[in-house]
Ligand binder design. Sequence first.
Ligand SMILES: Cc1cc2nc3c(=O)[nH]c(=O)nc-3n(C[C@H](O)[C@H](O)[C@H](O)COP(=O)(O)O)c2cc1C
Length: 151
Amino acid sequence: MANTLIVYFSKSGHTKSIAQQIAQEISAPLHEITTQKTYPGSYVMTILESRREFKHNDKPALTSEPIADFSSYDRIILGFPVWFFTCPMAVVSWLEQYDFTGKEIYPFCTSGGSSCAKASAKIRELCPNANVHDGIKANTIDKARISEWLK
Ligand SMILES: Cc1cc2nc3c(=O)[nH]c(=O)nc-3n(C[C@H](O)[C@H](O)[C@H](O)COP(=O)(O)O)c2cc1C
């Protein structure tokens, strides 16, 4: 049985609620990626800010606590909203903090329609020594889908 950690970034709560459902279903700990900056309340202003981050490869500083005993986890479930067809820069900031050698990474996203494909490719690039599974779009999730996904 894999030792699993669920990590997520969520601006407006959708990804958080899916991460919480997964955590409850598989009884795994949850870790939220939080940023020093507060993203704007408005959707349009967040679009502008995240576009600026992508353009300048600006990785936001994080305020999330470092994960104790990170090496003890062999499976990382990583959730985020799709931003500009990929994962937000806050996820990049987080991925750069750890060594994922030998770990299994299971990405999931929530989105307005876009898939997780581009984000999964980016995570593979950032974590070349991990086994990064194809991400799933999970705007909703249930017990059956979770067990099929992680089997
Ligand atoms: C800055 C920004 C960029 C977005 N880009 C996309 C996108 O490229 N494709 C898409 O389907 N949805 C996009 N969305 C919608 C979010 O992915 C979607 O609302 C997501 O479920 C929000 O998750 P959260 O509540 O956990 O933040 C974007 C939203 C924001 C704020």
